[in-house]
Write a protein that binds this ligand. Structure first.
Ligand SMILES: Cc1cc2nc3c(=O)[nH]c(=O)nc-3n(C[C@H](O)[C@H](O)[C@H](O)COP(=O)(O)OP(=O)(O)OC[C@H]3O[C@@H](n4cnc5c(N)ncnc54)[C@H](O)[C@@H]3O)c2cc1C
Length: 157
């Protein structure tokens, strides 16, 4: 467990350099929603690469009362993935959690991480002769976590 009392350092030590940025240019594309209606500010963007890292980041955020805004592909239409203007919150980007863990063709079962992009899921399943029917115009950006979170429908639901 990190020994520092500084939440930034603690989070950095969990996700490493690849998973942490507070650089304005790095964060800029993720501070405005897809339609350009909402723009916020964030004190950092944290990108965990595993469930364990995500859990640890949330533990630290909870301990230090840091507000967290989960974000997948940022293709939502209602600003839910955009932090508010205070600059106090962190974006929790799930995009590095993009592994499809198992495809069980016979049972038609797939287990994947929250950051898997819908189109990638379609392609991986098509390669196994399967079809994942949920689809929508944002499939090249929308992630499984975002789809579940928003109960996204699309054209075939
Ligand atoms: C061209 C286009 C067409 C679209 N068509 C449709 C459509 O037909 N039907 C439809 O329903 N939507 C549609 N959408 C909207 C959007 O694609 C869906 O809402 C999609 O589910 C958002 O996924 P995302 O990964 O981009 O989520 P984001 O936009 O990143 O986040 C959306 C919400 O989910 C939360 N969230 C994201 N990931 C997680 C996670 N891992 N854990 C917890 N919370 C999370 C965010 O905090 C936010 O509140 C469309 C979008 C585009 C751009």
């Amino acid at each position: 467990m990190p020994k520092t009392t500084n939440w930034r350092e603690q989070m950095q030590s969990v996700v490493g350099a690849k998973g942490y940025t507070s650089d304005d240019d790095d964060m800029a594309p993720w501070l405005t929603d897809w339609r350009g209606r909402y723009t916020g500010a964030a004190s950092a963007m944290i990108s965990p690469a595993s469930t364990q890292e995500t859990a640890e980041i949330l533990r630290i955020a909870n301990e230090h009362a840091v507000a967290v805004v989960p974000q997948g592909g940022n293709s939502g239409m209602v600003g839910g993935a955009t932090p508010d203007a205070s600059g106090q919150s962190v974006i929790l980007s799930l995009r590095r959690m993009n592994r499809i863990r198992t495809i069980e063709s016979e049972d038609q079962l797939v287990v994947c991480e929250a950051g898997v992009i819908l189109q990638n899921l379609h392609e991986a399943l098509a390669a196994e002769g399967l079809r994942f029917p949920l689809t929508l115009g944002g499939k090249g950006s929308a992630t499984v976590g975002g789809l579940v979170s928003t109960n996204a429908g699309g054209t075939q639901v």
